[in-house]
Design a binder for this molecule. Sequence first.
Ligand code: NAP
Ligand code: MG
Length: 403
Amino acid sequence: MADKIKMITPLVEMDGDEMTRIIWKMIKDILLTPYIDLKTEYYDLGLEHREETDDQVTFDSAYATKKYGVAVKCATITPNADRVKEYHLKEMWKSPNGTIRAILDGTVFRTPIVVKGITPFISTWKKPITIARHAYGDVYKNTELQVPAGGKAELVVTDAQGNETRALIHDFDGAGITQGMHNTDASISSFARACFNYALDLKQDLWFATKDTISKKYDHRFKDIFREIFDAEYKEKFEAAGIEYFYTLIDDAVARVVRSDGGYIWACKNYDGDVMSDMVATAFGSLAMMTSVLVSPDGTYEYEAAHGTVQRHYYKHLKGEKTSTNSMATLFAWTGALRKRGELDNIPELMDFADKLEQASIQTIEDGVMTGDLYLLSSLPNKTKVDTEEFLREINNRLVKLL
Ligand code: NAP
Ligand code: MG
């Protein structure tokens, strides 16, 4: 066998919980370490170790990502009341993804893995659609009040000198409701840069949409910030890459998305991204095929699967039963991170390996060999359901031939 591929800078490796933690080790043992001198800085974000370190390990892993630039993350448990009991936690630790996102100040991009046999519910979609969701503010950080009959709702802004600006929201005859929300130029600008950078990375068009005709100050500010940053910093780069930045109204965007054949990035405000990412994921077929990457405006990347720790399968696994859990999204988190590391450190063999590993895994499913979730969806005439480990071994059989 040829020499293993050497790495220069370590990947930040964030291990996780339950079934995805089992898959994590299998991917490394079967598909990575036989071919790569894998260099990682390992952080154990499994819930036990978060508890032992009072969650410091999550913070450390995010700072390491800032330092090295590329991380790969396994799915992790976000503690709730049940988990506090199950794991005897001192505290209901915060969502690791939330902590990491806050430190990296990033935007999350979600892209489905498209394979033959799993047909999108929208028949025109041929290429993946990537959703970029702004993850700060708007209705997710709102303030709401109920208004009694005869009440008056106003918006009041007090500037640093104490001067007030007031605007009437509504004079209520009967009872009603009111809501205030905000965003910041800094957060919107970070979001815009993350989207423009990612579009250049993928060499795909970027679409952005708001409701600026109705929201003439709030949504219009998003539109203006995107336009100013594009014109000042990205216009020429987009021209050189042969890609476009396209702005339209959100309702027009929805209609165009449905009629399109895919192959672009759709930047969404927080609420639109929440709703549309579930719509796009479902329409493409399976959550287990959805990849996710957090990109910060200073160019750090954290790759992961969009799904969780697949708890139900893990409990079966603990009872010694066979599982058929789909490892595609976790595997693509690894290939995404390895390819990016190869790109940054100029290691063509590493990038080529990532391409071939993705090719082998797609080939496996297109040959009709798949896990139970896809077996239910696939329209291929000859298909076989395999268990979690067999699926990775089948990928390896094909990878060996490609290398
Ligand atoms: P989940 O892990 O995404 O799984 C929900 C269901 O979707 C599974 O029971 C399974 O359906 C199916 N599924 C998801 N991924 C699959 C895969 N790779 N292969 C096959 N089937 C798959 O969501 P959850 O069970 O609601 O959450 C479990 C834990 O994950 C929670 O503690 C949550 O906090 C955490 N979570 C973490 C992240 C993250 O780290 N990014 C994201 C979401 C949730 P069947 O059971 O019908 O086979
Ligand atoms: Mg949602």
